[in-house]
Design a protein around this ligand. Sequence first.
Ligand SMILES: Nc1nc2c(ncn2[C@@H]2O[C@H](COP(=O)(O)OP(=O)(O)OP(=O)(O)O)[C@@H](O)[C@H]2O)c(=O)[nH]1
Length: 368
Amino acid sequence: MSRRFGRAETTRMKAPWHSPAGAPPESRLLASVAEFTHHRDIDALDHSVVLSLAELIAVNSVTLCKRGESPQHPVDSIVVCSRKPGGGFVIEALDPTREGDPLDTLVCAMETLEAISDITDDGNSRLVVPIHREHAAIGALMLEAPDSLDNVRSMVEGFARIYCNYIALLNESERDKLTGLYNRRSFEQRLQRLLTLQRQKARGAAQDGEDKRRPVEEPSQLYLAILDIDHFKRINDTYGHVYGDEVILLLAQHMRASFRQSDVLFRFGGEEFVILLAAQDETAVHLVLDRFRQFVADHAFPQVGHVTVSIGYARITENDYPEIVLDRADKALYFAKQNGRDSVHGYESLTRRGELATPVSLGSIDLF
Ligand SMILES: Nc1nc2c(ncn2[C@@H]2O[C@H](COP(=O)(O)OP(=O)(O)OP(=O)(O)O)[C@@H](O)[C@H]2O)c(=O)[nH]1
C-alpha cells in the first residue's frame, strides 16, 4: 500500500482478547465485539476496532478513518493496524492532512456512502466500507489483504454499524447538550490528542525539510484561550434565561464558523468557552482572537442586541499540566475583566510587562 501520509505514534500490540484455539468463528466474532465495546475512551475504542478486525480476518492492514467537519479537512483522524512479518500487530496514528491515495479512496467512500472493492498498485485486495448513520458518513474502514475480501464484506459492514452506534453514545457524553461543543469532561483527552497531532506535524515537517521537493510546513505553537461573555447576568436578568441560552447557542455557532476546523472548541460551563488553537506565534494568536472579539462586538443578537466578550489566553507546551495552562489563561481573562472587558490579553505578554503578580507555578495552585 502506498501511504503518502507520514508514520507516527507506533504501539506494538497483542490481540486484546483470547478465544480458545479451535473456538467457532461466531464466538471469536462475539468476543471481539464485546472487547471493543468495553472501551469508554474513543481513542482506545478506535485502536480496539482495527486490532479486532485485523485479528479476525487474514489481512495485511485495517485502517479506520474519521470524517472531519469541513470540506477543507475531510478527514479528522486515521488509525492503521498492520500485521508484522514476525507476528503481532503495529497500530499507528497517521497524519490526516496528507493528500493522495488512500486518503482519496476513503473520502470517496464517505462521500458516496458506497463500499469500494478494488486492487491496490501492489496487487492486494482492498475493501473500503463507509461508516454511516442517517445518510451521513462519520468515517470509513479500509482492509487490505493478499486474498479476496468479498466474503467478509457483510461482516465488516456489521462492524461499521456497531461501531457507529457505539461512537454516537460516547460522543453524546463528550458534548455539551445546548451547543454541541465539547464539554469540560473531554478537555484533557482532546488536549492530549492535539499535542500528539502537533508532534506528528513537527516530525512530518522535519521529514519534509529533508525532502527538498516538499514544501516545509511552518512550525506552530499551541494556545489555550478562555472566552467569557461580559455581564451575562444582566442579559439573563433583563431578557430571561431563554434569551440567555440563545446568546450562548448563537455564540457557539459563530465560534464554529470563525475558528479553524483544527481548533478545538469547548463550552466549559455557563457562559465560559475554551478554545485550543495553533498559531505561528503570540502575535498571530492575538490577532485571531481579537478578530473574533471584534466580530461579536459588532454583531447584533436577536432581541438582546450587542454583547461583548473578554478573552484570556496562554501558550501550551508539552510539559505543562493542563490545570496550569488553564490557570494562566484564567489570570489573563481576569485581567481583561478588571480592565474594561471587551478585550483580549495573553498571559505571557502580561507577565513580561509585569502586569500580573507572580507567574503561576505548579506549587501555587490546587490541582484537585
Ligand atoms: N441563560 C443561562 N445562564 C447561565 C447559564 N449558566 C450560567 N448562567 C448565568 O450566567 C451568569 C454569570 O454571571 P457572572 O459569573 O456573575 O458573570 P457576568 O454577569 O457575566 O459578569 P462578568 O463575567 O464579570 O462580565 C449567572 O447569572 C448564571 O446564572 C446557562 O446555561 N444559561
